[in-house]
Ligand binder design. Sequence first.
Ligand code: SF4
Length: 494
Amino acid sequence: MPSNKSSSVLSKSTFIRGLQCEKSLYLHKKRPFLRDRISPEQLAKFSRGTNVGVYAQQLFPGGVNAAPKTHFQMAASVKKTAEFMEAGETVIYEAAFEHAGVIIALDIMVKNEKGWHAIEVKSSKAISETYLWDASLQYFVMAGSGVQVSDFSIAYINTSFVRKGPINPAELFKIESVLPFVLERQEQVGQKIERLKEVVELKNSPPVPIGPQCHKPYPCDFIGHCWKNVPAGSVFDLKGMEEDQKFRYFESGIIKAEDIPEKELDEKTTARQVKSMAMGQAVVDSKDLKAFLDRIKMPAAVFSWLDFKPALPIFEVTKPYQSVPCSFALRGLDVIEDRPVLYTTPAFPERDMLEKILDAMLAFETILVFGPQPDWGFLLKNAGAEDALQRKVKLLLARSLDLSQPFNDFSIAWPGMRHADTPEEILAGLHQPVLKPAGKIKTRLEAALALEKLALGNLKEDHEKVMRDVKVFHSARVSNTKKLLEFARELADV
Ligand code: SF4
C-alpha cells in the first residue's frame, strides 16, 4: 500500500521559517527538542474558534474537499487533488501539490477558461510581505506540478465590512490578485528552495547570530536556545529604545545596558532604567508619581473589563475584529470585602446592564483602570441607550485614571520593565506578591478566547465553569491592580 506520508523536505511553513532564519529551519528539523515551551496563551490561540479558511469556501460554493485526514497524510491529499482534477471538478478546497521536494496546500482553486485561479485565504486585515512569499511558493509548486495557474489571489478580511443580517462572504473578504508579485519572485523561490534543502542536510546548525529576525515577522520559538548567553541587564532589556539600535550596540560589543555611553542615554527613559539596573531596584520620579497619585479622589474604585475580538462579526452592526466588551468588575478601594461586583455576558451588554454598571461606577469619584476604558460610546449605541446614559459616560470618563501610566511613562523605572505589560508582570518585576487566579483562565487573552467561544457556542467545557473562571480571573486582576496602586503609593511615599 502506498504511503500517505510525503517524502518532501519542505512545506509552506518550513519555507517561510527558513526565509526568516536558516538556523531556525535547521533547529526545527534537526533539534526540535531545543524549542521553547509553548505557553498556555499560545495553546489557547491555536484552539481559536473560527476557521476563516473554511468560511471563505462559501465564496466559491459547491467545491470538493481534498483536505487530508491528518496533517501527516499530505501525500494522500496530493493524490486526491490529482483525482479531482482528472475527474473534471471545477472548485477544489485544500488542494495539495508536491514538486521539487516541497509540498503545499492551497485553500481554494477555481477552474476558468484560462486555467486555474488559485486563492489563498488569510484571516488578517492586509496582505503582508510574508503572504506574498507564501503565494510565490504555492505558485512555484503548482506550476511545477503542471497546473496552469491563470491567476493567484489572496482573500483577506475587509475591515470596513459592517454586519447587517447574515454575513455575505463576498463582502466580508477582499480578493486581490498578487500574480505580478508572485511571478517576479519565481527565480528567487527556486534558488531559495535549493538553499534551504542544503541547510536541512547540514551536519551542524548554520552560524546565524541573533538579530532582528528573531522577532520578525514572527517570534522565533528557539529564543531560549539562541539567546541563552545574553545576560540579564543587557541592552535588549531596555524599554523605549529602537530594536535596531539595540542590535547595533550588541554588534559593536556593547552588551550590558550599563556599558552604553551615558551621553547616548535619554535622561527620563533609558538613563533611569540603567540606573535601576545598577541599583537592582526601582528608581522613581517622586514628583511625577505624586502628581499622578494626587489625581485620585476618594472614594475610588478599581475597574477591570474583558472583551473578545472575533475575526467574523458575530453581532449585528459590528465589524471584523471589533472589540466586544462583555465582562466588567468593580471593587471599591476601601471595601474590606475581597470580591468585586461582577457583570458578565458573552455578548454586548443590554441597556439595563450598562446602566447598572455606570451607576455603580459613578458612586466613586475616581475609577482606576489598568489600560484604556472600553468603547462606551459604541456600547451605548449598540444597546440603543438614550442621552441620559451618554452623559453618565462623559462623567465616568472624566473620573477615569489609567494606572498603567506611571509604569509606562517611566515615572517608575525598574530592571526588566521592558517585559512587563500587565499588573501581574509589573508586580512580579518589582518583587511584590502576585495573586494568581486559581481557575483555568490565567490571562486576559485566555479569558477573551473563552468568552469568544462561549459567544460562538462552540465551547467544549461547561458554561458555568467558564463563567466561574472568568470571575476568578477578574477578582485576581482587581486585587493585583489594587496592590499595584498600594505599591506606587509606597514608592512615592504618600
Ligand atoms: S532565535 Fe534567532 S537566530 Fe535563533 S533560530 Fe531563531 S531566529 Fe534564528
